[in-house]
Design a protein around this ligand. Structure first.
Ligand SMILES: [Mn+2]
Length: 350
């Protein structure tokens, strides 16, 4: 297992120099943030990112994410052009020697919360989701009421997009995902890149939009769309965890046992209702994810890929990008590595 940490590039107040001082972290998860959605990622920009990370004594292990253009998810004719660009980006990742690509296939919105700073009893702030609160959000006025999405779309753009998705139910979205994977997975295979789809977060439909990467049955369906080792997943405990029927350690054993988990996201959540939860500190005792059992399952499958602490709370007065402060994620990395060392006996870094 390689412990990694997400870095949001040159503007991230959590600098590479700070990340390097977290004892167990050797790898970086990052992306290009100045390439428009749909455009091909230039090789020289990927190489420059890699060199910057290496210059700080770390390694670029994962690209998270290259966004998939909405025209691909919608199955519009323009998808031909966007998928060509996507294939070029994968080829360029391979040329730069970056082995894992995390992406998602969620319509319009990716991870969605109804509160980005829920104050906890200990004074920390965390992210939370309440289904009733989501249902009160009126998107006809744009994304202004949706925490974290205020600037994402104008009301007009959003309405056109939501209108277009009325023709795309879950089965159509599966068709469009299959179309995408049939084209990109062979390129990934040839390029030495592993595709790792991120589960939908939360793992149910929001705003009437379909969401399909939500449970073991659907992940198996995804894997069988193109049965290649290059077609795998990012296993995110915090995204799959809000559904209590998702047996997380068992899923790691079964999916990971087939060599199809390429990236591990570890995050804990506490379920407080059928579709209500908040994010907690990483330790198992803090929430409903049995993190020790998850790590043990990774160990049993001989997992050698990158892992990262996913969202953290805001603690010790830190302010910053919701979910992506330094302190709580650093604690998470240490805790996860402690579990790993405890069940593996490994004592080397990375
Ligand atoms: Mn995640």
């Amino acid at each position: 297992m390689k412990m990694t940490f997400r870095w949001y590039g040159a503007d991230d107040p959590v600098t590479l120099q700070k990340i390097r001082q977290i004892p167990v972290v050797a790898g970086i998860v990052s992306a290009l943030y100045d390439v428009p959605v749909g455009a091909a990622w230039p090789l020289e920009k990927i190489v420059a990112l890699k060199e910057r990370v290496e210059g700080a004594g770390l390694r670029l292990e994962v690209i998270e994410s290259i966004p998939v253009h909405e025209d691909i998810k919608l199955g519009r004719p323009e998808r031909e052009r966007w998928v060509d660009h996507y294939m070029q980006s994968i080829e360029n990742m391979g040329r730069a020697g970056i082995p894992v690509l995390c992406y998602n296939f969620m319509p319009v919105f990716d991870w969605t919360r109804t509160d980005l700073s829920l104050r906890m009893a200990d004074g920390s702030d965390t992210l939370s989701y309440r289904d009733a609160a989501l249902r009160e959000i009126d998107l006809s006025r744009g994304t202004g009421e949706l925490p974290g999405w205020a600037a994402a779309y104008t009301a007009g753009e959003l309405n056109r997009l939501l209108e277009a998705y009325k023709a795309v139910d879950g089965e159509r979205l599966w068709d469009n995902l299959a179309w995408f994977l049939e084209r990109v997975v062979p390129v990934a295979e040839k390029s030495g890149v592993k595709m790792a789809i991120h589960p939908d977060d939360p793992p149910w439909s929001i705003f009437g939009l379909p969401r399909i990467i939500t449970n073991e049955e659907n992940i198996n369906r995804l894997l069988s769309l193109v049965d290649s080792p290059a077609n795998g997943i990012t296993f995110c405990t915090g995204s799959l965890g809000p559904l209590p029927e998702n047996d997380l350690p068992g899923m790691v054993r079964r999916i990971g046992g087939r060599g199809r988990i390429h990236f591990a996201h570890c995050r804990n959540i506490r379920r407080v209702g059928a579709r209500d939860f908040y994010e907690t500190a990483h330790p198992g005792a803090a929430g409903d994810v049995d993190m020790a059992a998850v790590l043990k399952a990774y160990r049993e499958t001989g997992f050698r890929g990158p892992m990262r602490p996913d969202h953290g709370r805001m603690i010790w007065g830190e302010a910053g990008r919701p979910g992506y402060g330094l302190y709580d994620r650093a604690l998470g990395a240490m805790y996860l590595y402690g579990l790993w060392e405890g069940c593996s006996g490994e004592r080397k870094k990375g």
